[in-house]
Ligand binder design. Sequence first.
Ligand code: MSP
Length: 522
Amino acid sequence: MDKKCYITTPIYYASGDVHIGNSYSTVVCDVFARYHRQKNDDTYFLTGMDEHGQKIEEAAKKQNKTPQEFVDEVASRTKNLWQNLQITNNDFIRTSEERHTKVVQDIFEQLLRQDDIYLGTYEGNYCVPCESFFPKSQLNEDGTCPDCGRPTIKVKEESYFLRLKKYEKQLLDFIKANKDFIQPETRRNEVISFIEQGLEDLCVSRTSFKWGIPVKSNPKHVIYVWIDALANYLTALGYKSQDDSLYQKYWLNGDEVVHVVGKDILRFHAIYWPIMLMALNVPIRFKLYAHGWILMKEGKMSKSVGNIVYPNDVVNEYGLDSLRYYLVKEMPLGNDGIFTWERFIERYNVDLANDLGNLVSRSISMINKYFQGKVVKPNKSYFTYDDEILSLTKKVIETYQNDFNNFQFQNGLNIIWSYIDRANKYIDETSPWVLAKDESKKEELNDVMYHLYEMLRLISIMIEPVMPTSSKIILDELKVNEENRTISSLVFGKTLTGETIDKPIVLFKRLDIKEEIKKHEQ
Ligand code: MSP
């Protein structure tokens, strides 16, 4: 094993089902995890559910269920969803589990003992959908939430507070000294200027509802859901519990710890979380990658607009890889991306059915037709294109690895697709159907087929983190042995004598764009 990596998604509110917007964080983390496992890095991937808080208590009441019954159902649907999306998480933490609640209580008590948490009174507003406190000065003029624009409620209650002010300078120094702590840079700058305006101590308990983790020494208070939720990144590793070997391994002694978060929850992860760790005397080992939002034509996805798209619906109709591909391809990390059915179908037809799908079916049927399904490594090169392809391949693999190492998955896909284009062009340039007519050109023809075979093999390995299903289908069809599917075989020319391959199958059937759009407009 080369490196020890720990990657986490935000834990999703169990107030409702995950849609394609929030599933983006999980897909991106899965791409990271699969890529690092391919590289032989010891990778631990955590996701889970954020199950406490007023929002969930209210949602359960509406359905006449206890909060626990309600979150059990959502958690089980979410687990199933991740299975359908072939998410390779190692653990699924739920904040209502005892392994979590006990440790959160201990953390709270420790901070209380140290006087990093103190008792006071909170008077201000609270946004239930965002589970966020806002002093009057931060609200919109009409009293709505500055983050989501929805109405807030007035709160005046006895509360515990976490001393953020005390750690303000230490945090600022840390962020300034660690240039890559928050990525991309624009988000880092936002955080710096937010802190520079001065931090207020954070209210960390509520008394006006019940569904949360009680403060051990004063159980009429429940712990603020964000303090509860952020702690999941440590409780899942066994921090402060009898067996903390995962914490030792991946947090204290790991090489790379990554929290992937949407831009709307950056503040919590870039300010509250590191301050909690400083107070707990736990080293800040993580980096934050903040991504943008997937928007719809009308703007945000919302129940009231009725424009929510659920991942299972896309997968059932168009297959898993098309969804995973679209999410990664259409979202430059940091900026927003748009989901429209037009764009989705267009990417499906052009990138998947045409570019990749055609390359696979043309190549496989020619290898079958001209060489009964078997290629052999030629002992010299026959075309000037061959040298060009050899050096291009090296460059593509290097760029792909660089992009994937640096979380630039969209760029990585772009480079793979430019390689796919080159392979399609290579077929036109070498015109195998002409070579096939001339018996004396048999070796040249084999050379072309061999190049296509190898290019396809490399493409399939490179797309695996994003498109695991297609990758496996192509590699199986090409009868590539296990050894030549690994990252160390990501070199042109590894195949010596290919096995007899199967008949081509259709990976992505071209769609009639008008018909598909009509379906979704109904
Ligand atoms: N429970 C908190 C996170 C606690 S982590 C310690 C939460 N949950 S959430 O379910 O509301 O959101 C989970 C993630 O989904 C967030 O990163 C959020 O940014 C992301 N997204 C929600 N809608 C999204 C889109 N439309 N597009 C992309 N990501 C989106 O916040």
